[in-house]
Every structure is written in C-alpha cells, then in structure tokens.
Design a protein around this ligand. Structure first.
Ligand code: PMP
Length: 419
C-alpha cells in the first residue's frame, strides 16, 4: 500500500470535504472556522462563486495553453488587470506556479540585470523550499538542513524584530540598519550586491512588520549603491494586510515585487513584477516553464482581483483586522503567557512566552490544538514555533471575527491551563 511521506504532516486532524467562505467542512460532519485560509491563499474565501464560475468556464474552454508556445486570453487579461493594482513603475510581469519559483525568478533577474553575485536577506525571512529559495530562508534551520551546500552568495542581515530583541521599534530599526551598514563594510562590498530581498511583514518568521524606517533605510542604501530592492509579497500581497500590498503601509517602492498565494484564491499561480527596462535585462531563456501562467489559474486570478475590487475586500481586511486585533489584545491583556500581539490587517499573531520571557512552543501547540476542538483552525509560526497566527479569508465578516475570538479565548484558557 502506498502512503504519503511521513514528513507531510497535517497541523490539524481535519479531513476537509468541502469549503465555503471562511468555513471548512470536515468528513466528521463538523464545520470549522478556517483562520488558516490555506496559509493565506484563499483570499476570496473557499470556493467563491465568482472564482468557481470563472475556473469552471475556463476548464471547459482551454485548460493548458502553454505560455511559451501560445498566448491565451486569461494570461493577457490578468497581465492587464494587474496593471490596476501594481505600483506604477512595475509594468512588466513574468508568471510562475509557486512562491519559491517566483522568488528564484526575482533572484535570477536581480543577478542578471546587475551582473552582481550577492543577495542580502533578512534574518527570520522565509522565501521557499526549492534550493535557491531555501538558501535565502532563515526562518528556521529545518528548511535548510541536510541537503547543503546551500547556494552561495547569500548574506543575512538582522531584521528589526523588536519583541525578539526586547527593544522598542526605533531601537530595533536603528540596530538593524547599523548592522546592515557594517555588513557592507565587512561582509559584502555594495558593488557585489545584486539585491536585498525582504518581506514587508515577516511571515513564517513570526508575523513581524518591517516598519517604514527600516524599509526606507534599505531603499536609500539601494539607491546609493545601485542594488535592487525586492519585496517578497507572497504572503502580504492582495489585500492581506489591509492595503493591497504590504509595502503600501510604508510608502517605499520595490524594484521587483514577488506575488503568489492570495492572487488566484487557491490555484497555483505566482509572478514577479518589475519595470520593463529592468525585466528586459533578464537573459533570454531564463524565464519560462511548462505550467507557468496556467489558463485556469489566470482566469481564477482575474476573478479574484474582480471580487477583491467589487466586494471592497482590502477595506474589509483593514476593518476586520482592527476588530480581530482588538479582541486578541483583550485576551493577551489577561493572559501572562501571551507576550506580544502583532501583525497588519488580517495577518495577525499572538506570541507565547514562559514566565522568563522565553519562547513557549508547548503552550502555543496546546492552544492551537485546543482551538481545533473549539472548531477554529489555526497555524503556528516563528523560529521556535511559539507564535499562533490568524490569516482568515479577506471575506470574513464581524460575525466570523467574533466567532473566532470566542473560540480563541476558550482555546487560550484550555491551552494555558486557566480553564
Ligand atoms: N515567500 C513567502 C513570504 C512565503 O510566505 C512563502 C510560503 N509560505 C514562500 C515565499 C514560498 O511559497 P511556496 O510555498 O508557494 O513556494
């Protein structure tokens, strides 16, 4: 009998039969409130009727119009439609299938366009599991252990993770930028740097917003030294943070933007956007792939962007995010084991700590499991696994947020032994 790899483990015991909006229905007949959204993917909710209709129609019309063989309508429409939401200068697109693949496309473009070898990444960042993306990932050694040597040319700089350092944001930012400058003097001459790659909110690394001053500092240095600034918006994009892109909170522009996850409501689709004059400098043959820009995925993405616009999901993410955050802060205020509540929009997390302020993964795991019993699906993150995150679909309403908060309060009581 064949079985799934034992390493492909599920964080919950749920066997999902069907999804609708913010709910998943288990084979056990139970309805679960899904605050994982397929790791921030089902932006319009599970099986949004408009996304379903677009995908169904496309399946019956053209499933695979291989994009280096023929052009197809959904690809053309998606390229145009993204122009409405992308930063103005980023007017050239290349599509791939996963976040990792898009990150690697950004890496290739940055190196080819600048002719420089090094990529600076932020400590705690997650960029994927394929070898180059894993080489850029420092959210947990699990992602990058046992199959080295990793790709060369990756240099790691501190991220302004104020809670981790036990500082305020200003101090953490000053430290991170000072260390970055030190890195330019001691590890990699700026002339060897192709790009700095950063998430506007650290995702797998623990849901930590980068802050405007840090990103502005990186932008300034990129301009001064002629390297590129790449925003990995795989998790923060498409309304997740209460603005269309995570970096919209900070008024700092990227040279390359990486998008995936929420873009197609669950169909595998990712891409990079860059100014045409930069994209042109990629070497011929470096951009392609059998499945990239799949017609069904592109049709679903067009429908997703329409739904996000028509249903004002970015504003909804901001409003529901504020409501959810207020509730999380209330629970944290009466729970000594929750040391920090943070995030942006509907990308929020609570960090569990011991009495000594050390990461407390055991309590986080108990709370996450207790939440399943309460009918609420959640995931953990952070290098120590002690951060419990909430990333509901952007369609979540007040009733959904309140239902989630009731379940959360109960799970925290059970998981921390306060019940
Ligand atoms: N970048 C970020 C910021 C991510 O959160 C992820 C996935 N969690 C990736 C890249 C990799 O995406 P994928 O799993 O689709 O390869």
């Amino acid at each position: 009998m064949t079985t799934l790899s034992e390493h492909l483990r599920q964080a919950t015991p749920v066997v999902a039969e069907r999804g609708e909006g913010v709910h998943l229905y288990g084979a056990d007949g139970r309805r679960y409130l899904d605050f994982t959204a397929g790791i921030g993917v089902t932006s319009t909710g599970h099986c949004h009727p408009k996304v379903v209709a677009a995908a169904q129609q496309q399946v019956a019309t053209l499933i695979h119009g291989q994009y280096t063989t023929v052009m197809h309508r959904p690809l053309r429409r998606l390229t145009e439609k993204l122009g409405e939401v992308l930063p103005e200068r980023l007017d050239s697109l290349f599509f791939t299938n996963s976040g990792s693949e898009a990150v690697e496309a950004a890496l290739r473009l940055a190196r080819q366009a600048t002719g420089r070898p090094n990529i600076v990444v932020c400590q705690g960042g997650f960029h994927g599991r394929t070898v180059a993306a894993a080489s850029m990932t420092t959210s947990n050694t699990k992602v990058r252990t046992g199959f080295g040597p990793m790709m060369g040319g990756v240099v790691v700089t501190p991220f302004p993770h104020a809670f981790h350092y036990g500082w305020d944001m200003e101090t953490a930012t000053r430290f991170a930028l000072r260390e970055f400058d030190q890195l330019l003097r001691t590890v990699s001459d700026p002339e060897d740097i192709a790009a700095v790659v950063v998430e506007p909110v650290l995702g797998e690394g623990g849901y930590v917003p980068a802050g405007a001053a840090f990103l502005q500092g990186l932008r300034e240095r990129a301009d001064r030294h002629g390297f590129l600034l790449v925003f990995d918006e795989v998790q923060t994009g498409v309304g997740r943070t209460g603005k269309f892109w995570g970096h919209d909170h900070y008024g700092v522009r990227p040279d390359i933007l990486v998008t995936a996850k929420g873009l197609a409501s669950g169909f595998p689709l990712s891409g990079i956007a860059a100014p045409a004059e930069l994209m042109r400098r990629a070497r011929p043959g470096s951009q392609g792939g059998t499945y990239g820009g799949n017609a069904v995925a592109c049709a679903a993405a067009v429908a997703t962007l329409e739904v996000v616009e028509e249903e004002k999901l970015v504003a909804n993410a901001a409003a529901m995010g504020a409501r959810l955050r207020a509730g999380l802060e209330e629970v944290a205020a009466r729970t000594a084991a929750i040391g920090d509540v943070r995030g942006l929009g509907l990308m929020l997390a609570s960090e569990f700590v011991t009495e000594d302020g050390e990461p407390d993964a055991a309590t986080a795991a108990r709370v996450q499991q207790a939440a399943v019993d309460e009918g609420l699906l959640l995931l953990t993150c952070g290098p120590a696994g002690n951060v419990v995150r909430m990333i509901p679909a952007l369609v979540v309403d007040e009733a959904g947020v309140d239902e989630g908060l009731r379940a959360w309060a109960a799970a925290v009581r059970t998981g921390t032994g306060a019940a």
